[in-house]
Design a protein around this ligand. Sequence first.
Ligand code: C2O
Ligand code: CU
Ligand code: CU
Length: 495
Amino acid sequence: MPVLSRRRFLLGLAASPVVLSSCSKTVGAVPDSRRALPIPPLAASTLDADGTRVFGLRAAPGRTAMVTGMNTPTWGYDGSILGPTLRARRGEAVAVEFENALPEPTTVHWHGMHLPARCDGGPHHTVAPGGRWRPAWTIRQPAATLWYHPHPHGATEKHLYRGLAGLFIVDDDASPAALPHDYGVDDVPLIIQDRRFTPTGTLDESDATDVGLLGDTIVTNGINDAYLSVPSEKVRLRILNGSGGRLLHLGFDDDREFHLVATDGGLVAEPVGVHRVLLSPGERAEIVVTVTLGVPVSLRAFPIEERTGIPAGKAHRFGFDDSFHVLEIRPHPTLSSSAALPTVLTNLPAAVAAHPHTARSFDLRWHMINSSRMDMDRVDFCSTVDTDEIWTVRNVDDWPHNFHVHDTQFRIVDVDGEPPPAALAGYKDTVYTPPGQRIRLAVRFSDYTDRTWAYMYHCHLALHEDQGMMGQFLVLAPGDEPAPAQMDMSDHAMR
Ligand code: C2O
Ligand code: CU
Ligand code: CU
């Protein structure tokens, strides 16, 4: 059952007059206040003369009933909150005509996308109010659930919190057809976020914790307390943790097993049977859950039990004790049958580079990486294109952090020297780095070089990123010299 906070309970009383019909037809059932889960529409696109698929996105303010009875000022792409799902196939040329109708500068970053640095939408690519930006690239990566969101330096948390986020689904020919793939029917996007509201129903942007704004209300695809009706035995959920600072430890209220089929960058080798999946901010998981006729089940966020390195008594300050109802899944009265899950989903190459590689290390601690904070005018290192690198990422802090790298999908080589669990063995662009842990990543930047425009790596807890827990790197052709615009290269020594 959903647990209402006292504040929300009172608010609900104040904001929604209860209208009871004297001839109510509800017999023997709890009156149903849950709303149907909104499904972000698939973005319209046009094909231009050279075959490029062109999308439009317009960021603007609006108002959204995130909670029934409230009309909360929010920001969205092509709507009052979140954004349409962009969808394109591997090999396709795409372009996005972005327009900023917000009252302040923003950027649009294509999280998880392999693309030229000048199209990446990082903090250097701000679009002024009223301004436009048109990145164009070719999709060169396997099918995956990626996303887009603002990345203005110092204001990412706020822009994300106000509602700016959407999915970008990449399709390819190699994905097994037996996976549920009817968008919005048995293949359903879930953008899960936490929010807090003021007594007047505006977003509460005060009281940031050490991990940023932690909300007491979970919203899924922009609303809280939603249900999804499912017409088939199996449903695939493409889940994004779109929160700023909250980790989500997801599972079902009856503890049923479900299957993880994809992580950030695409399919895992074979379905992984699990009871829980942990997503830190920015991470995605695709899961397939089997529903039973007549048996509703709820997706929940559970307390996070793994707390090594988190000081006793502090975990609640990071939201680790919280639990939430996320989404009720209601089977239709008749369920169509679904294909059995394939036993093999994809062939993943081995994660370890056997040949010489470039080694780098990144120590995470207190809003800093390797003891320095983001400087827009400093490039932290230069990588050589098409070269294997091994990155050692250590959380040497007693706070939770995670680690995200632009332009690429990496593989986890080991976690504290052990091979990664199956759920972390596929393509990732963001990884949770618990305190005290050392994670080694096999990283490679392919295809694109740019002497001027940098990519970012950072903690994806949005407050930490805003506070400077971020750095930037150039990808260069062998022998090329960096030529960063207004960027000082004095600190680009290899680490
Ligand atoms: Cu999801 Cu640098 O971002
Ligand atoms: Cu990113
Ligand atoms: Cu962090």
